[in-house]
Design a protein around this ligand. Structure first.
Ligand SMILES: *[C@@H]1O[C@H](CO)[C@@H](O)[C@H](O)[C@H]1NC(C)=O
Ligand SMILES: *[C@@H]1O[C@H](CO)[C@@H](O)[C@H](O)[C@H]1NC(C)=O
Ligand SMILES: *[C@@H]1O[C@H](CO)[C@@H](O)[C@H](O)[C@H]1NC(C)=O
Ligand SMILES: *[C@@H]1O[C@H](CO)[C@@H](O)[C@H](O)[C@H]1NC(C)=O
Length: 347
């Protein structure tokens, strides 16, 4: 089917519909919070022409009306909106036209707005008058308090988090004028969503919301507690402490290593001196091992003898532990074993 065909068919159907019947489509049932503004979305299809004196006469809509709880909404029936009237109540605003849009807006919804609203169109020919009898039902939630919900799951939030508080009602509402309060002081931010952004401890408090023109809808307080930034500061303090401790430890380890190296050098030098003294030390070594395990019993050995004993003490310790089978090896190995023991002590 070409676009042209479709256009012809569509035009034909519109003509047929216009000739056959008018209609009104309403939005679904509306639940309004008292004091809120609701919009009753509505569209209508008027008759295009009527048959008169055996010929088809084009007609046009000249008057539109909205009534409460009346099935026909004709004649002297009171209406909330009448395009012919000069004194419609300002709370009811007709946002539609006389062509096909019959949207009605009700501001500051009151309990008496709980009703079935019907739209009626009147044409310049009585045969084209039409009322959409199904209507739209409006129920008004009377003074039921609003509720505060938060974008964060808990009431305890951490500083820096983005928090949005939502003012919600027991039934759906439109174009709600919400006022927020923090610890009973009105906030200037309008709208059902209160964005607190990255929060600080100052955002802690009891939040309530309500419709601007209805104190009865004030919600129960929502207590928000923002944890101070201590945790983060604590974290940086902790890393500082860890850094300082690490630095000090590193310095200590370096110092110990330097001391060890100095000691090793000193020991090596001492050993060389000893070797230079003569083969006596080498010869006496096996005895000295035992004399080390059992404290020396020859005090008459003199200063030289004692010094040798002390020097071998280190050597013999390592020898007893690791070099059991090589006790008679020459002192040439002593340097190696000392190095080993130095490494071991470092570890
Ligand atoms: C009818 O008018 C209202 C208010 O101007 C508008 O929001 C709505 O979208 C219109 N509906 C249609 C079907 O054009
Ligand atoms: C609207 O309310 C009337 C009376 O209260 C009821 O008879 C009718 O079924 C309701 N219509 C809808 C669509 O709920
Ligand atoms: C909070 O919102 C701002 C913008 O409003 C954004 O730049 C920031 O990244 C958000 N922070 C977090 C933690 O989501
Ligand atoms: C918030 O309300 C609680 C009781 O609901 C009260 O204990 C607390 O002090 C209030 N906080 C502020 C900041 O007013």
């Amino acid at each position: 089917m070409s676009v042209w065909d479709r256009t012809i068919l569509w035009g034909f159907m519109v003509l047929l519909a216009g000739a056959a019947s008018a209609g009104v489509n309403y939005s679904d049932h509306i639940c309004a919070v008292k004091g809120s503004t609701v919009t009753l979305l509505c569209t209508f299809t008027p008759l295009q022409s009527v048959r008169q004196n055996r010929r088809q006469v084009l007609v046009e809509i000249v008057r539109v009306r909205w009534c409460q709880n009346h099935l026909i909404c004709h004649g002297t029936t009171p209406s909330v909106y009448d395009s012919d009237s000069e004194n419609n109540a300002p709370r009811y605003k007709y946002l539609g036209d006389k062509k096909g849009n019959c949207t009605l807006q009700i501001a500051d919804v009151q309990k008496e707005d709980e009703a079935t609203f019907r739209f009626r169109m009147e044409a310049n020919n009585n045969a084209a008058h039409y009322t959409g009898t199904s209507g739209v039902n409006v129920t008004v939630s009377d003074d039921r308090p609003m509720m505060v919900n938060s974008s964060s799951s808990g009431r305890e939030v951490r500083a820096g988090e983005n928090v949005t508080l939502y003012c919600t009602a027991p039934c759906t509402f439109h174009q709600l004028e919400v006022t927020w309060f923090k610890d009973d002081h009105a906030l200037s931010e309008p709208g059902p969503a209160l964005q607190l952004g990255p929060v600080t401890a100052e955002d802690s408090g009891n939040y309530t919301c309500g419709l601007r023109n209805n104190a009865g809808t004030r919600s129960l307080p929502y207590s928000l507690h923002v944890e101070a930034e201590q945790e983060q500061e604590g974290g940086s303090n902790l890393s500082l402490v860890v850094g300082v401790v690490c630095g000090v430890l590193l310095a200590l380890v370096t110092l110990i290593m330097i001391l060890c190296i100095i000691k090793r050098k000193w020991s090596a030098a001492a050993d060389k001196d000893r070797r230079a003294v003569g083969g006596e030390v080498e010869q006496k070594r096996p005895d000295n091992i035992y004399s080390d395990v059992l404290p020396p019993t020859e005090p008459e050995g003199g200063g030289d003898r004692q010094e040798t004993g002390r020097a071998v003490e280190e050597v013999s310790y390592v020898s007893v532990q690791f070099k059991h089978k090589n006790q008679d090896r020459p002192a040439m190995e002593a340097e190696d074993t000392i190095i080993y023991s130095a490494v071991a002590s470092r570890g």
